[in-house]
Design a binder for this molecule. Structure first.
Ligand code: GLU
Length: 377
């Protein structure tokens, strides 16, 4: 029923919290944050990993710098973000600390999610924070981004984070409990949509029409649908529900009204499709027949099976994997740069450390490998 299973089954959950929830006229909303922190603690106790995308820097900075509600120039907005971001983090830390949860501030720009090397770096940082049991509290780095390269709204930023980290659920806390066929405030007959399997042009039109600016903050329903589209193709369910109530995640679990936009693929399939289709390859590995068979059987590519290396690549780049006859077997993300790969080519796994001084394990892990249709059975 409702969005319960999407939320409780997800191993990784990204929750987007808008300015209106955390930053009131009187400063941070400590009561709301405390109740939300109990949500985070409950999910973590169940073994789920939670990432928070929190707005509110500009709103809190306005208050701190005393600029009131007037329209701000970009530099003023950036100054407010700089002053408000630390207040925002303090509020999050104070809310999470009583549960023994450490928060970590992560400020992201659009390039971090779109430029491959920056993506890898941001991905590694977020993964490490999660592995260390820390709760990342993410915002756009408003202080340094210029208008042209901003996300501008944290809905899409949150969807990109969900995609980057392979989250199964993205919760967008809104000022309305989901998507309606029309804005329910002006259309009393508007129907609530509990579940959307496909984002059809009709659905987009609903969100883009009367509903477009439903909601305070930067993102109305239209940006939420854009975010859901990103999440959907990354294998992540989007849950839109009312944020302005204590412990909104508990409300979702209790079956309160929400809209679920279902993913169109699994996270793993989306990741493999991304490796297969969206990345330029920086080099190639030629593997022997034994390795080719192992890869077809779902195994990782070990250094022992690598016969030759071409191109120059860095750790994390996409490479082609070819058999000895020159046929493409697949594409994968390599764990060693080309110089190191050359040094360990043909070696048994336990000999790698003696040569390099470290070992990252297989040259291409099975999880990071997309086999081509042509692969031998
Ligand atoms: N990053 C902005 C802030 O923290 C908010 C963007 C949004 O409202 O989506 O103030």
């Amino acid at each position: 029923m409702g969005a319960v299973s999407e939320l409780t089954a997800a191993k990784k959950v990204v929750v987007k919290v808008g300015s209106a929830l955390v930053a009131g006229e009187a400063g941070p909303d400590a009561a709301w944050l405390a109740a939300f922190a109990s949500d985070v603690a409950r999910l973590r106790a169940r073994g789920q990993q939670v990432l928070v995308v929190s707005s509110g820097a500009v709103a809190l900075g306005r208050r701190r710098l005393g600029v009131g509600r007037r329209k701000l120039t970009l530099p003023e907005k950036q100054a407010c973000a700089a002053a408000g971001q630390s207040a925002l983090m303090r509020a999050w830390e104070e809310a999470l600390e009583p549960h023994g949860i450490a928060a970590a501030q992560v400020l992201i720009t659009r390039d971090d999610t779109e430029i491959r090397r920056r993506w890898l770096n941001a991905h590694a940082t977020l993964s490490t924070l999660l592995a260390l049991g820390v709760t990342p509290v993410i915002n756009e780095n408003d202080t340094v981004v210029t208008e042209e390269i901003r996300y501008g709204d944290n809905d899409r930023l949150a969807a990109r984070v969900a995609q980057m980290i392979g989250a199964e659920a993205l919760v967008l806390l809104s000022d309305i409990d989901g998507l309606y066929t029309a804005d329910p405030r002006s259309h009393p007959g508007a129907e609530h949509l509990a579940r959307i399997a496909r984002l059809t042009p009709q659905i987009e039109a609903m969100a883009g029409g009367a509903n477009a600016s439903a909601g305070v903050g930067t993102g109305g329903m239209a940006t939420k649908i854009m975010a859901a589209r990103i999440a959907q193709s990354a294998g992540c369910a989007t849950i839109i529900t009312l944020g302005r109530r204590p412990a909104p995640l508990a409300a979702i679990e209790a079956g309160e009204r929400a809209t679920v936009i279902e993913p169109s693929v699994s996270v793993a399939a989306a990741y493999k499709a991304w490796i297969a289709g969206s990345l330029a390859t920086a080099g190639a590995l030629v593997v022997d027949d034994g390795a080719a068979r192992a890869l077809a059987g779902g195994k990782s590519l070990l250094a022992a099976g690598v016969k030759a290396i071409s191109g120059r690549f860095d750790k994390g780049d996409a490479v082609l994997i070819n058999d000895e006859a020159g046929h493409e077997i697949g594409r994968g993300l390599v764990r060693y740069d080309s110089a190191d790969a050359e040094k360990i080519r043909g070696l048994k796994s336990d000999a790698i450390e003696a040569v390099l001084g470290f070992s990252y394990g297989p040259v291409v892990h099975a999880d990071d490998l997309a086999l081509s249709a042509r692969a031998p059975a």
